[in-house]
Design a protein around this ligand. Structure first.
Ligand code: HEC
Length: 481
C-alpha cells in the first residue's frame, strides 16, 4: 500500500467529510473511479472544534484504512458489511478486535496513541466504514469527580441539588411539597409496616409552615445532601445508562437517622448507542471520566450542567429509604403511584428471610426455585421473583439479623454451592447495608462506609477499563468489589 504524504491527506477526506457514502475514491488504491482497497484519512479532518466527529469511507474488501493522528484520540468504527476488522498499530492500546453485530463489525471506542494506525477490513465487495473520533483519551477516574460528589459547590448549593430541587424534580406538580407530605404520612399507613416518626415530621412541618404543603419552603427543612452518586455500573442490568443518585440525610434532633436516596435514570446519548442500536453507554462513561480532569469552577459548572439534564421528572425512577426514626432499622423503596404519591413495591432482590424460613408452601416454592437456578443465583445473575420479597425489611440495631436458612435443600446443590444463601442475601438491602457497613453507606458527614469505599474503588477501576476499550462483562447483582 502506498502511504501518502500528510499534506495530501486533507484533500482526500473532503469528499467523505460531507457524509457521502462511497467517498473513498481518492484513496491510494484508487482505480479510475472503482472503490479502492486502501484509503488514507487524517483524523484531524474528521473532528470538529470539540474534538469529535465522524466520516464515512468506502473500501473494497479486503481493504485497509490508514488513519493518521496528529494527537492521541478515542477512535470508534462501524464497518457495515465486513466479516472481520481490527485496528493495528505499534502500541497494544488499539485492542480489542472488532466485534460482530448483525450488519457488520463494530470497533468499540478505544484510545489510540500511535501517530498512524491501520484499520484492516475483511469481507467481500464494498465495505462502508463509519469512523468516529470521540475526543482525546479520558483521564483516570478520580472518585470525587467521576463517582461520588461531595464537593460543597454542589452538595451545599440548594439551587443545584438541595431538597427542594430534588423533590421538585421527582414530583408531578414541580414543587414537591405535596409529594413530601404524602410520602412522610404514607410511612404510617402501609399494611406491611406502620412507622409514626416520618408522619410526625410532616405534622411538625405543617405546624411551622402551614397546612398547605404546596406552599412549604422545602430548603429550610432539616435535610442535608450527603452525596451525588454515579451508578453507570447499573446500565447493563437496569437499562438506560445507569443512574445518577442523590442521597440526603435528616439532621432533625428527633426524626433521625432518616436517609433517603433519589434515583434518576441516565439517558443514552448518540455516542452511547452501537451500530446494532443497543446502548453500550461508553459516551456516558467518557463524560463522567472527563470530569476527573476538572477542578474549581470548571468542575462545578460541568457537574451542574449534568444535574440540570438529569434532575427532571421524566428521569425520576424511584426513591429509597433507610431509617431508624423508631427501632428497628427499616429499608423501603418508593415508586411513583399516582399524582405526587409514592408507594412501596416489593424490595428489589431482597428475600424475605423471616417469612421464607417458616416451613410451608412458600418455602417449598423457594427451594424449587433455588434448586433450579442454583448456579445463576450463586453468580448473582438471577432476578428474584417478587413473591419471595417483601415491601419493607427490618433489622434491629444491635441483634444479629435472621439469615435465610436453606436447611433441607437438595444436599447435592448445597455441596456444589456452599455459599448459596450468602449469595442470595447479599443482593438485598439489609444484608448489603450491614456487610462491612453499619446500616448506612453514606454517613451524615458524607463519608462512605468501608463497604462503599471498596465499592467506589471497584467502580473506578471498571470505568477506567471501559474507557480503555476493554470488553467488560455485565456486573452481577449486588457488590462489584
Ligand atoms: C450491593 C449492596 C447494596 C444493596 C443490595 C443495597 N444498597 Fe443501598 N446503598 C449501597 C451503596 C453502596 C450506597 C451508596 C450510594 C450508591 O452506591 O448507590 C447505598 C445507598 C443507599 C441509601 C442512601 C443512604 C446510604 O445508606 O448511603 C439508601 C436509602 C439505600 N441505599 C437504600 C437501599 C434499599 C432500600 C435497598 C434494597 C432495595 C438497598 N439500598 C440495597 C449499597 C447497597
Amino acid at each position: 500500500m502506498v502511504v501518502l504524504p500528510r499534506a495530501l491527506i486533507p484533500m482526500l477526506v473532503l469528499v467523505g467529510a460531507c457524509g457521502d457514502a462511497g467517498s473513498g475514491e481518492g484513496g491510494a488504491g484508487g482505480d479510475g473511479g472503482a472503490v479502492p482497497s486502501a484509503v488514507e484519512v487524517d483524523a484531524a479532518e474528521i473532528a470538529d472544534a470539540g474534538g469529535e466527529g465522524s466520516l464515512t469511507v468506502a473500501v473494497t474488501a479486503p481493504g485497509t484504512i490508514t488513519v493518521h493522528l496528529a494527537s492521541d484520540l478515542v477512535l470508534e468504527a462501524a464497518a457495515v458489511g465486513a466479516s472481520a476488522a481490527s485496528l493495528n498499530g505499534p502500541s497494544a492500546l488499539v485492542e480489542p478486535d472488532g466485534e460482530p453485530y448483525p450488519g457488520g463489525i463494530w470497533l468499540r471506542p478505544r484510545p489510540v496513541t500511535d501517530a498512524v494506525v491501520e484499520l484492516v477490513l475483511e469481507g467481500s465487495g464494498v465495505i462502508e466504514v463509519e469512523l468516529f473520533v470521540r475526543g482525546a483519551p479520558v483521564p483516570e477516574a478520580r472518585r470525587e469527580r467521576s463517582l461520588f460528589w461531595t464537593d460543597p459547590s454542589i452538595v451545599d448549593a440548594p439551587q443545584v441539588v438541595g431538597l427542594a430541587r430534588v423533590l421538585g424534580a421527582a414530583s408531578d406538580d414541580g414543587h414537591g411539597g405535596v409529594l413530601l407530605d404524602n410520602w412522610l404520612r404514607r410511612f404510617a399507613t402501609t399494611q406491611h409496616s406502620e412507622r409514626a416518626g416520618p408522619a410526625q415530621l410532616a405534622d411538625e412541618i405543617a405546624a411551622d409552615q402551614g397546612a398547605d404543603p404546596s406552599a412549604w419552603d422545602l430548603d429550610v427543612l432539616p435535610f442535608k445532601v450527603t452525596g451525588v452518586h454515579n451508578r453507570i455500573d447499573l446500565a447493563a442490568r437496569g437499562g438506560g445508562c445507569g443512574e445518577l443518585r442523590v442521597s440526603l440525610a435528616s439532621t432533625h434532633p428527633i426524626y433521625a437517622p432518616l436517609h433517603v436516596l433519589f434515583l434518576f435514570r441516565q439517558a443514552p446519548q448518540d455516542d452511547d448507542v452501537g451500530p446494532d442500536g443497543a446502548a453500550h453507554c461508553l459516551g456516558t462513561a467518557r463524560r463522567w471520566a472527563r470530569l476527573s480532569s476538572l477542578d474549581g469552577q470548571a468542575f462545578t459548572d460541568a457537574a451542574r450542567a449534568l444535574l440540570d439534564v438529569t434532575l427532571v421528572r421524566e428521569r425520576f425512577l424511584l426513591a429509597e429509604t433507610v431509617e431508624l426514626t423508631v427501632s428497628p432499622w427499616e429499608w423501603r423503596q418508593w415508586s411513583p403511584a399516582g399524582a405526587d404519591e409514592l408507594d412501596n413495591p416489593a424490595l428489589f432482590q431482597t428475600v424475605d428471610a423471616p417469612r421464607l424460613n417458616v416451613p410451608g408452601a412458600l418455602r417449598d416454592e423457594l427451594f424449587a426455585f433455588v434448586e433450579e437456578n442454583a448456579e445463576g443465583l450463586s453468580r448473582r445473575e438471577i432476578a428474584i421473583p417478587s413473591k419471595f420479597r417483601s415491601a419493607s425489611a427490618r433489622l434491629p440495631p444491635s441483634a444479629p439479623a435472621e439469615r435465610l436458612s436453606l436447611e433441607g435443600l437438595d444436599p447435592a446443590v448445597l455441596a456444589d454451592y456452599p455459599d448459596l444463601a450468602e449469595a442470595i442475601e447479599i443482593v438485598g438491602c439489609p444484608t448489603c447495608h450491614t456487610t462491612n457497613a453499619s446500616f448506612v453507606q453514606t454517613t451524615v458527614e458524607r463519608e462512605p462506609s468501608p463497604f462503599y469505599d471498596l465499592e467506589l474503588d471497584a467502580r473506578a477501576d471498571r470505568l477506567d477499563r471501559l474507557n480503555a476499550g476493554s470488553i467488560e462483562p455485565v456486573p452481577p447483582f449486588g457488590p462489584l468489589q
